[in-house]
Design a protein around this ligand. Structure first.
Ligand SMILES: [Zn+2]
Length: 319
């Protein structure tokens, strides 16, 4: 029997553990939502317990696994298997997560950033299949990315390469990013920026046809509300979508100039804004790149869907 890959997708709200085939098919998985307030040690115990439960309910043994691949929602020192920081879970500052899991098993354990795992899933099984170089950008509450160069994830010296969310695209932007800087892409074009953009557009004179609750405050503005607005041709929502898309177009252009990749894949919650959003991203990119494009570059939506983090974490074992 071909060995199965065990994937662990540790997120801020969701923890999934799954058995995945080497072709990227999920054999079985368990998802829980009760881990986020727990200590590091309790989360480690929970992950170990879920892996054992999966092994047992599928009537296999640990030796049927090729290994365990984990995705973590924050910075990771890849070679040491340490987590550095995260804004999605309590603690995990310089925490030896890989070692803490590995001491319970005999198979190899890998730990990487969750966006790297998602990128690897797209490269292996999704929209990036068949390409040697793939840049993946995930745009939801924050912005993450993964860089695959010549069939290998590029992680940088520490393991934190690909933080396009903290590259500065508009130093006049007044919203301060989670990193403390002004002008980061994350403060211009993802979920974190939406309340600020909503307020700013109203101050600029835009009106909205959205029905807002009586106790509305700007912090309630999220991707789903804008999506609702786009569905009813709300001019305010359209203006916000276009501004976000233009900044993504700028980062796509910057990525094009830095890496000259054949494909850039966009994933994450905000891509559900749909084809007009993606078309606007492509238009901004083309307006900037003009006649500097010598070979076709694909700018496409991700294919792997909501299990990309889990499948990608497992697939790290195939790198
Ligand atoms: Zn930043």
């Amino acid at each position: 029997m071909e060995k199965l890959l065990c994937g662990v997708d540790l997120g801020g709200t969701k923890l999934s553990v799954g058995l995945v085939s080497t072709t990227g098919r999920i054999h079985d998985k368990i998802t829980v939502y009760d881990h986020s307030g727990k200590s590091e040690a309790m989360i480690v115990d929970q992950i170990v317990g879920l892996i054992r439960q999966l092994i047992s309910q599928n009537e296999i043994s640990e030796s049927d696994l090729k290994g365990i691949g984990m995705g973590f929602p924050g910075h990771v020192r890849y070679r040491d298997g340490h987590t550095l920081t995260t804004s999605n879970l309590k603690g995990f500052k310089n925490f030896p997560l890989r070692q803490s899991i590995a001491e319970h098993f005999k198979v190899p354990v890998l730990l990487d950033n969750d966006a790297n795992a998602q990128a690897f899933c797209e490269y292996k099984f999704g929209a990036g299949k068949g390409y040697e170089t793939v840049i993946f950008l995930t745009i939801s509450t924050g912005i993450g990315a993964g860089i695959i160069l010549n069939n290998k994830l590029y992680r940088g010296i520490t393991g934190t390469a690909g933080e396009f969310g903290h590259t500065i695209v508009n130093s006049d932007n007044k919203l301060i990013c989670t990193c403390g800087n002004e002008g980061c892409l994350m403060a211009c074009a993802c979920g974190l920026a939406l309340p600020y953009l909503f307020k700013k557009k109203i101050e600029e004179g835009f009106s909205t046809t959205l029905t807002l609750p009586e106790d509305f405050n700007f912090s309630q503005v999220d991707g789903k509300l804008i999506m609702k607005g786009l569905g009813i041709d709300d001019p305010l929502s359209k203006a916000i979508m276009e501004e976000c898309a233009d900044y993504i177009g700028i980062i796509v252009y910057n990525i094009f100039q830095i890496f000259n990749p054949p494909i850039i894949i966009l994933g994450g919650g905000l891509t559900s804004w749909g084809e007009t959003y993606l078309a606007r991203v492509r238009k901004k990119f083309n307006d900037l790149a003009r006649d500097m494009i010598f070979d076709k570059i694909e700018i496409v939506e991700s294919l792997a869907g909501c299990d990309a983090g889990l499948i990608g974490a497992a697939a790290l074992l195939l790198e």
